[in-house]
Design a protein around this ligand. Sequence first.
Ligand code: EPU
Length: 455
Amino acid sequence: MEKIVIDGGQALRGSVVNSGAKNAALPILIATLVAPGEHRLANVPDLADVSSTLSLLGRIGCPSLAKLDGADGTLRLDTTRVAYSEAPYDVVRKMRASVLVLGPLLARCGEARVSLPGGCAIGVRPIDQHLKGLEALGCRFELANGYVNGVAPELKGAEIHLDVPTVTGTENIVMAAVLARGTTRIHNAAREPEVVDLCRFLISLGARIDGAGTPTIVIDGVDRLTPASRPYRILPDRVEAGTYLAAAAATGGDVTVTGSDPTLLQAVLDLLERAGCTIETSRDTIRLRREGELRPFSVTTEPFPGFPTDMQAQVMALACFARGTSSIVETIFENRFLHAAELSRMGAKITASERTAKVEGTGSLQGAAVMASDLRASAALVVAALAARGLTEVLRIYHLDRGYDDLCGKLRRLGARIARVGDEIASRDALLAAVASVPAAGSSAATDAGGVAAR
Ligand code: EPU
């Protein structure tokens, strides 16, 4: 097992390339199932969740034709044949997004068997809305032995009213509706950019979809979809971009995120400006500078275009470096403040009730050993550690590998003193040597004999 060690207090400076969005890549990889043949994708991020999705597709009978090319994120997939319409427990328990195979498999094979994802660290996360939407299209489900067994003798368009604008629920229903007979209208659909990207991808395969990005998505089913002749490029990851900007803000740095799209994270940029940062954007770059003091702020998470829940933990870390009281309200997930306790181990003063957290910012934190509970909580600990005084060790970094492409390499090139080390490296001197021994800016090679890896 590895951990990440960070010697904080260094202002981040320079530019960092925005990778493709995890939450667009996963549904798009899975959506290739609805169009038999060879697919080409570009800007696919190099993440553990992408590997898990490819291995799930491989088990279904759809192999990757070439390894994901880390340099430009290109990937080829062959979905000509589906051998098994199943997502087993050992895959789903590692990655909830596996449940996205339900809609495409039902549409393509008329049956699917998917392990129920169950709850996770951030909430109960039911899939009742996925099932309700698919049932409206004509699927029938039975729950047995922890699995959802679905059959779809025939899919017919329907009017579907979602009780909550669920992201993966909307995606599951869209992926089935594109091959249903007639018109489907999804009301109260999720408007997230990743849903829009999935719809654009499906349109590139011949699907007829209107209204993606609005609360009503209209899908006219077609008989057949076919792979596009040109590679489809995944949109940039707004949460990754936001995380680097939050780190730049916390450390009082000057960072430009390139290959990005500022329109995807306006609510985050607005908050960072309210917190005292200067933001400049172009069509595909975002520059953040922070010269003065950070200001405390209030923020409430909301579905897109509101402030994203996936940035809540990172801005909680940021609030610790402002002087004064910040207030953070989480409305999407019922248990997404687990990072508060870990931040407290670094000296943060946070009181969190059910949905509201109050941060009494003191302007500083100290390094400590901390444990990540989920992906974005881990990102928050990294943001905190980069700006904290002294050494922080972040444990359970497999969460970070799920969602951040080359996190240590990217941060190092911004001047951070950060390294991945083996769990067994414990002495302060060895940890300091590890963060000091990493390659100079611009290099991405793995390092030294002390068990330090550059990933
Ligand atoms: N919900 C229901 N019933 C359902 C589905 C959802 O009650 O059938 C509730 C959930 O319990 C939650 C709310 O609706 O309270 C919103 O959940 P949603 O379904 O939108 O979340 P998701 O689709 O499971 C995706 C992202 C998450 C992100 C959320 C919210 C993917 C693969 N995951 O999850 O990303 O937090 O939308 O934007 O797209 C992450 O990247 O770290 C992450 C957790």
